[in-house]
Design a protein around this ligand. Structure first.
Ligand SMILES: Cc1cc2nc3c(=O)[nH]c(=O)nc-3n(C[C@H](O)[C@H](O)[C@H](O)COP(=O)(O)OP(=O)(O)OC[C@H]3O[C@@H](n4cnc5c(N)ncnc54)[C@H](O)[C@@H]3O)c2cc1C
Ligand code: SF4
Length: 463
């Protein structure tokens, strides 16, 4: 008999030795039986803390109950009510800090594997061609959505559900934002991203790829042609340290590295046109999720040794524990308590080493983490042939500079009120464009909230 709350059913994974050589998904998915057994462990808490810690308030308790009884179709349809892209959220959400982290079974390290169950039902629906049925009552008003990342997708889906005509403008040649170009396929398989995004067109939203608002089409044109606008342009502009040697060949921003590797499929070169030069000793500056993605891509691109160069210790790394663990299994080496001083090059203009300074941990800073403090005179060099800076990103100024009339915060993000309205009438914004680097689920939540506000705005205008 099943022990109530017993041990978590672990999901099978590709062995580390094998996955080091390919970009295929690391988790291999639950079987039907495994998913049911895992779901049956849920004690169906009266107040379901998992739901209260979900930024989009998914009805997790009901979803898990349906999975436990094999009613996968029902589980999928319930999930879709609150989350237009459950297959994606299930794979990349920081569940350990949200739903799974507050599950009462988590205190024994055996919280319900909610993310993987969500991914399971979405995959099951994909495999069995189960779709939502729509009854959209079309209205004449039209809304422009700028950006097709998770914020834009969820806003567009909800606007269609309200019945508005929706056009999504996307600068790149593929829709999906970071889901497409940033998060590597071994964490988020691209057939899943394509499938979830195809949903947009299925419900009648028009997606215009290769359309940079501010260049191919002006913002003023959109204002004239649409009743409201949602800005979901993300925060895709890289930040740099500003140290000597950054312009040497072999130094990348994380964005460039990941876009080449993922969006432009450099890992399939020459089958795809984009090359990527990833050397034998790669140093990644930073230790967040993005840095882990870069490091793990570098391993798969054939680097001999890949180092995470971090000014704190692994314990303070902001990356998801699961990703750090996967990276370590794949051979990534953490070099803790170091800060880059300069990048050193050879006569050929290529990187040959990095100078680092040793750090120690000081008093906690505003984030509550110990502040890294320099140890004077502790500089040393480390031979490297590739350096990737992964220091976070900021909103793209190419777009925002064209809108001086739009209020921004001191960090360069778009300023919004509680309803996600900007200072311009009928213009709303959400996702990383208002938060800086955040998460997929927060962007999804913003998209939904903005859609509701836009609906109220248009309804009030048409009264
Ligand atoms: C490498 C990486 C790994 C990450 N890993 C995780 C993770 O594991 N879990 C997690 O929850 N979050 C993760 N994140 C963060 C998460 O992906 C973002 O918070 C989320 O994608 C933000 O969504 P968004 O819709 O606001 O913006 P984005 O996903 O950035 O999408 C914005 C879109 O707008 C388009 N755009 C920009 N300007 C214009 C314009 N002028 N005209 C038309 N289109 C335009 C862009 O091309 C882009 O497609 C990661 C981020 C990165 C970079
Ligand atoms: S918190 Fe955990 S045990 Fe409680 S309902 Fe949610 S998943 Fe089930």
């Amino acid at each position: 008999m099943l022990e109530i709350g017993g041990k978590r059913v672990q999901m099978a994974e590709q062995p580390a030795d094998e996955r080091r050589k390919n970009f295929r998904s690391v988790p291999l998915g639950y079987t039907v039986e495994e998913a049911m057994v895992e779901a049956q462990r849920c004690i169906q808490c009266e107040y379901a803390p998992c739901e209260r810690h979900c930024p989009v308030r998914m009805k997790l308790k009901a979803i898990i109950r349906k999975i436990a009884t094999g009613k996968f179709r029902d589980a999928f349809l319930i999930a879709k009510q609150d989350n237009p892209i459950p297959a994606i959220a299930g794979l990349v959400c920081p569940q350990e800090d949200q739903c799974e982290g507050v599950c009462p079974l988590a205190c024994h390290g055996q919280g319900i594997n909610i993310g993987k169950l969500e991914a399971f039902i979405a995959q099951w629906a994909m495999d069995n061609n189960v779709k939502e049925e729509f009854h959209i009552a079309d209205k004449p008003a039209r809304v422009a959505v700028i950006g097709s990342g998770p914020a834009g997708i969820s806003c567009a889906v909800d606007l269609r559900r309200y019945g508005y005509g929706v056009t999504v403008f996307e600068a790149l040649h593929m829709a999906g934002g970071v889901l497409q170009y940033g998060i590597p396929a071994f964490r988020l398989p691209k057939d899943i991203v394509d499938y979830e995004i195809s949903y947009l067109e299925e419900i009648g939203a028009e997606v215009r790829l290769n359309h940079i608002v501010g260049q191919n089409i002006t913002f003023e044109e959109l204002r004239r042609e649409y009743d409201a606008i949602f800005i979901g342009t993300g925060a895709g502009a890289p930040q740099f340290l500003g140290i000597e040697g950054e312009r040497l060949k072999g130094v990348y921003s994380a964005n460039e590295f990941l876009i080449r590797a993922n969006l432009m499929k450099a890992y399939l070169f020459p089958e795809y046109d984009t090359p990527i030069i990833c050397g034998d000793r790669v140093g990644v500056i930073g230790a967040g999720n993005v840095a882990m993605d870069v490091a793990r891509c570098a391993v798969r691109l054939g680097a001999g040794e890949v180092f995470i160069l971090y000014r704190r210790t692994r314990k303070e790394s902001p990356a998801r524990e699961e990703e750090v663990q996967h990276g370590l299994e794949e051979g990534i080496i953490f070099v803790e308590l170091v800060s880059p001083v300069r990048v050193l090059g050879g006569d050929d203009g290529w990187v040959k080493a990095i100078e680092l300074q040793r750090m120690r941990l000081g008093e906690p800073d505003k984030s509550g983490r110990p502040r890294p403090v320099k140890i004077e005179g502790s500089e040393f060099t480390m031979d490297l042939d590739t350096v990737v800076e992964s220091l976070g990103t900021q909103p793209n100024r190419l777009f925002l500079d064209k809108l001086p009339q739009l209020d921004k915060t001191e960090w360069g993000t778009i300023k919004v009120d509680d309803t996600l309205r900007t200072n311009l009438d009928g213009i709303y914004a959400g996702g990383d464009a208002i938060r800086g680097n955040a998460t997929v689920i927060l962007a999804l939540g913003d998209g939904r909230k903005a859609a509701r506000s836009i609906h109220e705005f248009i309804a009030a205008k048409n009264k």
